[in-house]
Design a protein around this ligand. Structure first.
Ligand code: FES
Length: 121
């Protein structure tokens, strides 16, 4: 069976440690809000849900990075996460992780792989 892959955006739309892009992913057969960012050259995707309270991280759409560009930050209470692993490094949910999604970047575009992402549960 062919691997499903969903186009999220063109590669050039994601600049390192700048605005992310929201998209609709699928998790356990359910549509969920998600986002993708670029950090240190690589793309990383997560379900857009803080591990403290189930709210989306970005109050202003696409604003996932803190001012330093080193962490993803929750706009509600300031939890901050490593962009490459999703591990919460500080704040009320320190030690928990964002749910990471499987992405690929090829031929100048970024794709979500819904079937591969199930393997990360
Ligand atoms: S809801 Fe994200 S830190 Fe509280």
């Amino acid at each position: 069976m062919a691997q499903r892959k969903w186009l999220i955006c063109q590669s050039e739309a994601l600049k390192d440690a700048e605005r992310g892009i929201r998209f609709q992913a699928e998790w356990r057969h359910t549509p969920v809000p998600a986002f993708v960012v670029r950090f240190q050259g690589k793309v990383h995707g997560y379900i857009n849900e803080c591990q403290h309270v189930p709210v989306e991280l970005d109050f202003n759409e696409g604003d996932f990075f803190d001012l330093s560009g080193q962490y993803l930050i929750c706009a509600t209470h300031g939890a901050y996460y490593s962009p490459d692993t999703g591990l919460c490094r500080g704040g009320p949910c320190k030690g928990r992780r964002l749910t990471k999604l499987h992405l690929i970047e090829e031929a100048g575009a970024v794709y979500f792989l819904p079937d591969e992402s199930k393997l990360h549960e």
